[in-house]
Design a protein around this ligand. Structure first.
Ligand code: SF4
Ligand code: SF4
Length: 346
């Protein structure tokens, strides 16, 4: 039985995907071995990238400064681990009904470094994790924004992504040209409470080539982003401000790696101040609760710079949000300074 790109896309969208694009495997030429999808499925001929939108409304509570669970649940954790993989799994089964193998690749965050010996000579050790955002660029779904957040014409910075590898040879999509969505406005840099996205003037750039196109983005300080995202930054977390009033740890002075920040926020942060209605004191039982329920943490920063400022920006990345009946920001943005004092950005 033959299978076309259009059939896969139609099925994926009927199964719940908002975005779907196809890359041939040649577009991954030059990828580091530990991130090359061809090392997961050496016989793959195509990579299909699916996306589901993050509804703008899930940012509302954090934008107002009144409610944090929505974004973590519907815009991050459960979108990545439940809503999106349902469409991915169904599409993989659809492809296999046509007699082609289909490997859904888990859309979680990659391990920092390979920590195990290769199990066969000449191949990378477990685990290989492709960069899903770069795969989405290769599949023509959009491009990388300066902030390192993926941008699509349909939703700007508001989507999560996943991938299926298959030995079906499908028609690849044309690439989105560099900087056709990100206009380098630097709104993400200005509003990021982690101060982790470099300004373009600093010259800290990451660069890749796909079919002669050069895609560039800022070399984001992931240590500072991780501290902020997981709530160890008083400029982003009212919870830390309230629970640890004596702590003075400006994020701008931290030099930890992403891995260090992750360990710190996951061992100290969740057990200390992440509270739920069931465990309002935020003690160690809450840690057990969040582990059991698989949510694990609040995405505390609410992507204030890299997503919210981006979808409110004036360029093409903000275009999808200009189609809403009402503007997203209705009052001046609340701010916290490194000591946790409340203010507003006019
Ligand atoms: S806010 Fe968005 S469009 Fe502007 S520079 Fe950042 S990523 Fe690019
Ligand atoms: S998640 Fe927050 S800290 Fe990280 S880049 Fe986005 S705005 Fe900055």
């Amino acid at each position: 039985m033959t299978l076309t790109s259009q059939q896969v896309k139609d099925f994926a969208k009927a199964a719940g995907a908002d975005l779907c694009g196809v890359a041939n495997m040649e577009r991954f030429e030059g990828a580091p071995a530990q991130m090359d999808p061809r090392n997961i499925f050496p016989g793959a001929r195509s990579a299909i990238v699916l996306g589901r939108r993050i509804p703008r409304g899930v940012y509302r509570g954090i934008e107002e400064g009144t409610h944090w669970s929505n974004y973590t649940f519907y815009g991050y954790n459960r979108l990545n681990t439940l809503m999106l993989p349902k469409a991915q799994y169904a599409t993989a089964c659809f492809i296999e009904d046509y007699g082609f193998e289909a490997t859904p690749v888990y859309p979680g965050v990659a391990e920092a470094e390979p920590s195990r010996e290769p199990l066969r000579e000449g191949q990378p050790g477990p685990n290989v994790y492709p960069n899903i955002r770069i795969a989405a660029v290769a599949a023509g779904v959009g491009e990388m924004g300066w902030s390192k957040v993926f941008l699509s014409p349909e939703f700007g910075p508001r989507q999560r992504l996943c991938m299926i590898l298959t030995d079906a040879e499908l028609e690849p999509d044309p690439l989105v040209k560099p900087n056709s969505i990100c206009n380098l406005c630097m709104a993400c840099v200005e509003d990021c409470p982690g101060h982790c996205i470099p300004h373009i003037k600093e010259g800290k750039v990451v660069e890749i080539q796909i079919e002669g196109n050069t895609y560039r983005w800022g070399d984001v300080d992931m240590g500072k982003c991780t501290l902020t995202h997981h709530g160890l930054n008083k400029e982003a977390s009212p919870f830390l401000c309230k629970d640890c009033p004596g702590l003075y740890m400006p994020v701008t002075e931290q030099e930890c790696s992403e891995e260090e920040a992750y360990k710190l926020t996951h061992s100290v942060g969740r057990a200390t101040w992440r509270k739920t209605p069931e465990f309002p004191s935020g003690h160690v039982l809450d840690y057990a609760y969040t582990m059991l329920h698989g949510v694990g943490y609040y995405a505390v920063c609410g992507a204030r710079g890299c997503i919210r400022a981006c979808f409110m920006s004036n360029g093409p990345a903000g275009e999808p949000d200009r189609k809403f009946h009402n503007e997203f920001r209705k009052k001046p943005m609340w701010t916290l300074n490194p000591k946790g004092e409340v203010g507003v950005k006019e």
